[in-house]
Design a protein around this ligand. Structure first.
Ligand code: C5P
Length: 243
């Protein structure tokens, strides 16, 4: 993956018109555009088409349902040409395996590439206390480790994790597992509502493969220039040995 292919810009906008405007302003600079529930809810598969004009599409719906429903959603997304998809690893082994099988079958049927499937472990909005409330007694670190192992055991392609978790996960899983990291901020950016941020270079050096950035790029006065600056930081980070 080159540096451009390691940046996903989140199209966190409420309408197709807004998505078109941001896609246009990005000028094909980032390798990925991320479509979340807001834009997908507003525009459906048209959002995938707009995002996919000059980038690969990362559909971030964090699927979590019975295996049959998730399999069907993954099959449709695959046929629509989505390049990466998120699922909650807590949905369990059967759900994750059904998603993987559906992606394989749908890709073969539609002549599309199989999307990269990444598991969400523990949302960064949850802490140890919040996890206790839903019955998880051994805290965020224990639950993340458990769900990373589950994701690997069903041959998911990777997980979403914070830059703080990347180094430890990378040591456990080796090189062939995709680590997708949000909460990235340049030194000059505002943190918005992200509590724990890392710079692009820090995240790459910690072992993250794909960095997700929204507001600092999409709301910049020149989004293409802002994306290019992040890609340069990623490149610099790649020049340093990881570990
Ligand atoms: O605007 P900002 O850079 O904070 O956008 C971050 C993007 O990454 C959002 O689309 C958000 O859904 C996503 N994300 C996150 N934190 C997570 C998982 C995903 O901010 N733990």
């Amino acid at each position: 993956m080159n540096a451009r292919e390691r940046l996903a810009v989140a199209l966190d906008v409420p309408s197709l018109d807004e998505a078109r405007r941001v896609e246009e302003a990005l000028g094909g600079v980032p390798g990925w555009l991320k479509v979340g529930a807001e834009l997908f809810g507003a525009a459906g598969p048209e959002a995938i088409r707009v995002a996919g004009r000059r980038a690969r599409v990362f559909l971030d719906l964090k699927l979590h349902d019975i295996p049959n429903q998730v399999a069907r959603a993954v099959a449709v997304a695959t046929a629509n040409g989505v390049g990466m998809l998120t699922l909650h690893a807590a949905g369990g082994a059967a759900m994750l395996a059904a998603a993987r099988d559906a992606a394989d079958e749908s890709a073969a049927r539609s002549g599309r590439q199989r999307p990269i499937l990444v598991g969400v472990t523990v949302l960064t909005s949850l802490d140890d206390t919040a996890l206790k409330e839903v019955g998880v007694r051994d805290g965020v670190a224990g639950q993340v480790a458990r769900l990373v192992e589950l994701a690997r055991s069903v041959r998911l392609d990777g997980v979403v994790c914070s830059a703080r978790e990347s180094a430890a996960i990378r040591r456990r899983v080796g090189p062939d597992f995709t680590l997708v990291t949000p909460g990235i901020r340049g030194l000059a950016d505002a943190c918005d509502d992200q509590a724990r941020t890392a710079t692009p270079g820090e995240a790459i050096r910690a072992g993250s493969d794909l960095l997700v950035m929204g507001r600092p790029i999409a709301r910049a006065s020149d989004p293409a220039e802002a994306a290019a600056a992040v890609i340069a930081e990623i490149e610099a980070g790649l020049g340093v040995p990881q570990g």
